[in-house]
Design a protein around this ligand. Structure first.
Ligand code: BES
Ligand code: MN
Ligand code: MN
Length: 458
């Protein structure tokens, strides 16, 4: 075990205590009432970067939530790694389903329970601990490291994209490294080869100015709830295909190699279904579960609202109906183009007698990696050493909008090695991160920098 790894192991209980500190801050980026808490979390991260030994650390305010920057660039001739993570979190509701309060971190059975534990505070912080370990033990890092932490990931990273474009020179690096994803199985280190993109909409259907008596008016006035349901019903064919014209035009074939490597993974389909609690799995015909999640685009209703939803019955014809709808995208679909297609389709199929509007919320580009070169090799060796098992290459159905931006704007390859685990309840009640993965993840990152330093010419 390297000296940095020993340091991480020896100091793990202090590190976990520090992690608990930031987990107590409810940095919910979507909630304007929490803006001060998001700011406080940024200050906490900045202070930690400074204390760990970054020679420069700074908070950059934006029009919404701040960006935290830290650097240690004392290894001339060695590669530069840009670490990205986010310190904002999703809302914790529904609160009554949490076994311990979301912002009172609690360790039970080797799991740190708190909103943001695995997504992404714990995974961001383990990079800071790797940095601290190297600097504490050797007084220097084997490579140059820049840390970039944002507070808007969960709301679409709109300001970070501009920051990256405006600071492209300073952010020049050999690779962007991100831990904001999960391992395929416990003890099985994993490197991501893809992320889906996102295009998010709100659809509003309005009819009469107020809710009407459904007896006096029903049958003669078009019902907005029914109209919205009819619109939504046109999104899919019975075989699970998305029926929006042009939706698949830009979808690139995944290729036989990728398909074969997905099929080689031992996936516990039944366990996956069990974990969801759904009575059966279902999706697009002709694809396996992993292919559906990793390689196929979707169109999902995220929320529906209309009419009377209280106790008992109320005979009413609602004046309006609303749906939140989002599409997960795969290369080479773009959020802009899918946005145009969805909006045009909704307008085309909208029944007469109601007014329909489509508002575009946030979006993100899909991403697919070329997994080769010294950075990838170093990551493979470091993960194998830390976990005692060769990493597997996996896809991912979720989105990290800024990943595509890094690749597009900076031209820097992105390496995603996550330390979450299946069932971690990200975005859900009782989110947790394995405390062992927090420690082993920090060791893996510390080892990755060593590997990269020795494998590259100085
Ligand atoms: N860390 C997740 C992305 C992710 C999800 C990675 C699942 C691996 C597995 C990230 O914080 C996230 O939640 N992204 C959002 C997108 C954002 C624009 C709201 C998502 O995927 O819904
Ligand atoms: Mn995340
Ligand atoms: Mn998230």
């Amino acid at each position: 075990m390297s000296v940095a790894a020993e340091f991480v192991r020896a100091h793990q209980s202090r590190h976990l205590d520090e992690l608990k500190d930031i987990l107590r801050i409810p940095s919910i980026s979507t909630d304007p009432a929490r803006a001060k808490d998001v700011q406080r979390a940024a200050e906490w991260v900045e202070a930690r970067l400074k204390r760990a030994g970054c020679t420069t650390s700074k908070i950059y305010p934006t029009s919404r939530h701040p960006i935290v920057y830290g650097e240690w660039l004392g290894a001339p001739g060695k590669p530069t790694i840009l670490v990205y993570g986010h310190y904002d979190v999703q809302p914790a509701e529904p609160l009554d389903l949490w076994e311990s309060p979301p912002f009172e971190p609690t360790i039970r059975d080797g799991k740190i329970y708190a909103r943001g534990s695995v997504d992404d505070k714990g995974q961001l912080f383990l990079h800071v601990k790797a940095l601290e370990a190297h600097l504490a033990v050797r007084g220097k890092l084997p490579v140059n490291v820049i840390v970039l932490a944002e507070g808007e990931e969960e709301v679409g990273s709109a300001n970070l994209e501009h920051f990256i474009a405006a600071n492209a020179k300073r952010l020049a690096a050999d690779a962007v490294v991100i831990s904001d994803s999960s391992m395929f199985a416990p003890g099985q280190p994993s490197i991501l080869s893809s992320l889906r993109g996102l295009a998010y909409f709100e659809i509003n259907v309005t009819g009469p100015t107020v809710d009407l008596h459904s007896g006096s008016y029903g049958g003669a006035v078009v019902n907005p709830a029914t109209a919205l349901a009819r619109i939504i019903a046109t999104f899919h064919e019975p075989n699970g295909h998305v029926a929006i014209p042009g939706f698949y035009d830009k979808v690139r074939d995944w290729g036989d190699d990728a398909r074969t490597s997905i099929r080689k993974l031992t996936f516990d389909e039944h366990g996956f279904q069990h974990e969801t609690g759904a009575p059966a799995l279902g999706g697009e015909d002709g694809y396996s579960t992993l292919e559906r999640i990793w390689t196929r685009p979707t169109c999902e209703v995220n929320g529906l609202l209309s009419g009377y939803t209280g106790e008992g019955a109320k005979t009413v014809l609602p004046s309006k109906a609303m749906a939140k709808v989002s599409c997960r995208l795969v290369p080479d679909q773009t959020p802009d183009e899918i946005g145009r297609l969805v909006e045009a389709h909704v307008r085309r199929v909208a029944p007469k007698g109601v007014t329909v509007s489509v508002e575009h919320l946030h979006g993100g580009h899909p991403w697919r990696a070329e997994l080769n070169g010294p950075v990838f090799d170093a990551a493979r060796r470091a993960l194998a050493a830390a976990f005692g098992r060769e990493p597997v290459i996996v896809g991912e159905g979720g989105s990290i909008p800024v990943v595509g931006d890094f690749q597009r704007i900076l031209g820097t390859p992105v390496l995603l090695m996550g330390f979450g685990l299946p069932g971690e309840n990200a975005h859900a009640p009782n989110e947790w991160m394995s405390d062992e993965n927090f420690v082993v993840g920090a060791k893996a990152v510390a080892a990755f920098w060593d590997e990269l330093s020795t494998s590259s010419r100085s």
